[in-house]
Design a protein around this ligand. Structure first.
Ligand code: CP
Ligand code: NVA
Length: 311
């Protein structure tokens, strides 16, 4: 049963900045409630008879499993499409695909390349569209990361997050989150891989500071986080990046210079010995498994909110 959603009422989640601080506060509370129900086997099926279409133009483990399992747990069902097995890979216009798919399902999640592709899809969709990762942003991941921080340490407001590595989709999304939720990001990237404020889509530079030396970025941080040196879609740059990023490996010295109770996060998949030492990601300050699990609870709360509003 598809809801007759009017275009004006649609809320998309294409960037972290699509929701307000107040809506995030609601969502973080909601995630905790939904997680507790999951852990105690309490049925929570507000999306009975709703259908999610998932479109993957890049590989995925966590995003696929968390959206698919999450939608079934909420009482709905899922359609999985890839470029290779749909007309998307045979140059059907995005506009046409959006019009057709959104007449048949209630909500759409897309993982693709340029942000402009998901923006175009959303502009022609009758139903909410969620960004499951683009070259520019990964808002669902940061949603889960901040929930994980809150679970372990309380409010993230006023805290310092050290970003060590590529000025990529994850870094951009952290910058947006910092501006909205009131924390600071210390960014250290090799030269040539800096964050770009205009791509990150932030209003001012007040919520982040740039450091040449990754150790300095980590000094006093409450959370140290990193990501792969080469993101999906940039594989042809792999060799150049391996050389450029050699000093941007989160190691035990970086964790020691951070706050004594600093957490370590990584969106995964990780490459031990490249962007992070095994001793760090597998060490006592790492919360990467909670972080990965929280994708499930965060996205269930997000889908519930986009389809039903505040409950
Ligand atoms: N972190 C993340 O999005 O993982 P996948 O690429 O496995 O979905
Ligand atoms: N920055 C990485 C994140 C993977 C989840 C990529 O885009 O490949």
């Amino acid at each position: 049963m598809t809801t007759a959603t009017t275009p004006n009422a649609i809320r998309h989640y294409l960037q972290f900045s699509d929701l307000t601080a107040d809506e995030y506060a609601y969502l973080f509370d909601r995630m905790a409630i939904i997680k507790k129900k999951f852990k105690t086997y309490e049925k929570h099926q507000p999306l009975t008879d709703r259908t999610l279409a998932m479109i993957f133009e890049k590989a995925s483990t966590r995003t696929r499993v968390s959206f698919e399992a999450g939608m079934y747990q909420l009482g709905g069902s899922v359609v999985h499409l890839t470029t290779g097995d749909s007309q998307l890979g045979r140059a059907e216009p995005i506009e046409d695909s959006a019009k057709v798919i959104s007449r048949m399902v209630d909500i759409v999640m897309i993982r693709t390349y340029e942000q402009t592709k998901i923006d175009t899809f959303a502009a022609h969709s009758r139903v909410p569209v969620i960004n499951g990762l683009t070259n520019e942003f990964h808002p669902c991941q940061i949603l889960a990361d901040i929930f994980t921080y809150i679970e372990h340490r309380g409010s993230i407001q006023g805290k310092t997050i050290a970003w060590v590595g590529d000025g990529n989709n994850m870094a951009n999304t952290w910058l947006q989150a910092a501006e909205i939720l009131g924390f600071t990001v210390h960014v250290s990237t090799p030269s040539g891989y800096e964050v770009d404020q205009s791509i990150a889509g932030i209003r001012s530079g007040d919520s982040y500071k740039v450091f040449k030396d990754p150790m300095e970025a980590c000094r006093g941080a409450d959370l140290v986080t990193t990501d792969v040196w080469t993101s999906m879609g940039y594989e042809s740059e792999n060799e150049a990046r391996r050389k450029a990023f050699a000093d941007w490996c989160v190691d035990e010295d970086m964790m020691r210079i951070a706050q004594p109770d600093a957490l370590f996060m990584h969106c995964l998949p990780a490459h031990r010995g490249e962007e992070v030492q095994a001793e760090v990601i597998d060490g006592p300050q790492s919360v990467v498994w909670d972080e990965a699990e929280n994708r499930l609870h965060a996205q269930k709360a997000l889908m519930e909110f986009l389809l039903l509003g505040r409950l």
